[in-house]
Design a protein around this ligand. Structure first.
Ligand SMILES: [Zn+2]
Length: 360
């Protein structure tokens, strides 16, 4: 079974446990610290502490702990940036379905994930769902725990909005059985009205020994893509610089650059069949983040080709590549507007192919 573990942060975890046992754990908290150090993993762990029915918590064996380990506890609500749903008036149940799918994908990936792409956010229907979840009676446990990851990406935090107001009220006076943890690597981007209602908890980067422990955990080790990372553990520890997420970003970036390079190669020889396969994989479901990275990488690689063509004095190709870069920029705009990644890539492949056709 997939485990969702927290690594390191031992001193902070002990401090949180002490407050929990004394009954003084604040009900509205903000975990802040650099990206990729495991703030959400820590919040999931704390959720397990709060929901567990044994002492000392988390016991790891009661039904609450078991549900929490699989991230299927009905009294645990975890939200984070997602693509905007087509229906801007999506019901709380629709939001729950969408986020349940995204959580299942994170569990499946051993909770190792790169940052959500920039076009994803925590939109109003999600905030409404969270507010509503806070008002209902716990289904199974005596408490409810709500975690809002990358909270600075809550869209429409303005006080004029009804959902935002209800959310502020929730932070200020959570129901007696409800704990809320926001996490952010950019707490300065949160509205002051939010910051003033939460107890800030600073989360530090992991020590080199803790990163080493993370890297050598068999569950983690099996999931890392060796081709995308430095070969030795020591080099990986150095690249992480206290943030395992940095390695996951490097891995995601490398994968996207690979697809972009193969797509360009296929376009430059006009191999439509291969282009189609690559378009399908670039746009496969759940990989929208990776898709926008593929486009970013395409733009970078095309710019390199344009420079190459100019230095070879091949103006015609340089102009064609410059036009192709504009097409990639258009495709990026479509992707950010939730366009279909496969269709975008198919059409882009054709444009790139014709841009390179003169060379064949
Ligand atoms: Zn337990």
């Amino acid at each position: 079974m997939t485990r969702v573990d927290v690594h390191g942060h031992t001193v902070l975890r002990q401090r949180l446990l002490d407050s929990f046992e004394k009954g003084s754990l604040p009900q509205s908290m903000l975990f802040h610290g650099p990206a990729g150090i495991g703030k959400q993993a820590l919040a999931l762990w704390l959720g397990g502490v709060l929901l567990c029915e044994n002492s000392p918590a988390p016991c790891g064996t009661c039904r609450h702990c078991r549900y929490q380990q699989a991230l299927t506890h009905p009294d645990f609500i975890w939200v984070f940036p997602r693509p905007r749903l087509k229906d801007s008036d999506a019901s709380p149940d629709e939001v729950k379905m969408d986020i349940a799918g995204a959580i299942a994908a994170r569990v499946e990936a051993g909770n190792l994930y790169a940052q959500p792409p920039g076009n994803e956010g925590i939109y109003v229907p999600t905030i409404r769902m969270v507010v509503r979840a806070a008002t209902v009676t716990p289904a199974l446990a005596r408490k409810k725990v709500i975690v809002v990851g990358d909270a600075e990406r809550m869209v429409s935090q303005e006080g004029s909005d009804q959902a935002a107001n209800a959310f502020l009220k929730l932070l200020e006076e959570p129901p007696a059985n409800t704990w809320i943890v926001l996490t952010s690597s950019a707490p300065g981007a949160l509205l002051p009205t939010i910051r003033s209602r939460v107890v800030a908890v600073r989360v530090s980067p992991l020590s080199p020994a803790e990163v080493h422990g993370w890297l050598t955990d068999p569950e983690v080790r099996d999931r890392l893509n060796d081709a995308a990372l430095p070969s030795t553990v020591a080099e990986r520890v150095a690249l992480a610089a206290g943030s395992p997420g940095r390695l996951l970003e490097a891995q995601a970036g490398k994968a996207a650059a690979d697809i972009a390079r193969r797509l360009l190669d296929a376009a430059s020889v006009g191999d439509r069949e291969r282009g189609t396969r690559l378009a399908l994989s670039a746009g496969s479901s759940g990989a929208r983040g990776a898709f926008t990275e593929v486009l970013e990488s395409l733009a970078t690689q095309l710019a390199e080709r344009a420079r190459g063509a100019i230095s070879e004095g091949d103006e015609r190709v340089a102009r064609a590549v410059a036009r192709a870069i504009e097409d990639v920029e258009d495709a990026k705009a479509l992707a950010y507007g939730n366009g279909n990644p496969q269709l975008i890539t198919f059409s882009l492949f054709d444009t790139l192919s014709s841009a390179f056709a003169g060379r064949r």
